[in-house]
Write a protein that binds this ligand. Structure first.
Ligand code: S3P
Length: 174
């Protein structure tokens, strides 16, 4: 498998950061988060970037982060919820390693994502609008190599499922 990274994609609230961090620890690998790369490079928080420069600029920063990801190998990478949802993006991510979609029930994802945090994509939007966004994004996530269902699962159980599906697919050295 080229580069041997494990890349987590999925909607806001899917647990990409929490699971990614723990997975990296379990596999003794480095953990990288695209949102953190953007914040580190730009010096502003994600809400500040959205507020001052708008979503389009943030998406440009995501494209730059993708270029930086090309240098990584053997890492666990958590992407932002919209990172994978551009034309051709999933194909690019698949070149970097094994892409795992952390899937869940939209109501649960929404409730989790709405907990105090910093998610400009949710700001002031009714559930129906988020549902539409989710429906637009689902086909992109569906291009992942592996899908792990997180519904009703604890973090430990999700990690177990990710490891089991990585092993079953022989996709990454785990
Ligand atoms: C976004 C998700 C966020 C972050 C940004 C935009 C999105 O990441 O990248 O606020 O478009 O879904 P999380 O999925 O980690 O919340």
């Amino acid at each position: 498998m080229p580069r041997d990274n494990v890349i987590l994609v999925g909607f806001m609230g899917a647990g990409k950061s929490t699971c990614g961090r723990l997975l990296a620890r379990r596999l003794d690998r480095c953990f990288v988060e695209t949102d953190d790369m953007i914040v580190a490079r730009d010096g502003r928080s994600i809400p500040e970037i959205f507020r001052e420069d708008g979503e389009a600029k943030f998406r440009e920063f995501e494209a730059e982060a993708l270029e930086a990801l090309r240098l990584k190998s053997g890492d666990v990478i958590a992407t932002g919820g919209g990172f994978a949802c551009r034309e051709g993006r999933m194909e690019q991510l698949r070149e970097l390693g094994t892409v795992v979609w952390l899937a869940g029930d939209l109501r649960q994802l929404y409730e989790r994502a709405c907990r105090p945090g910093q998610r400009p994509m949710l700001d002031g939007r009714p559930f129906e609008a988020i549902e539409e966004l989710y429906r637009e994004r689902e086909p992109y996530y569906g291009k992942a190599h592996l899908m792990v269902d997180t519904v009703g699962q604890t973090t430990d159980q999700v990690i177990g499922r990710i490891l089991a599906s990585l092993r079953a697919s022989h996709a990454a050295r785990v």
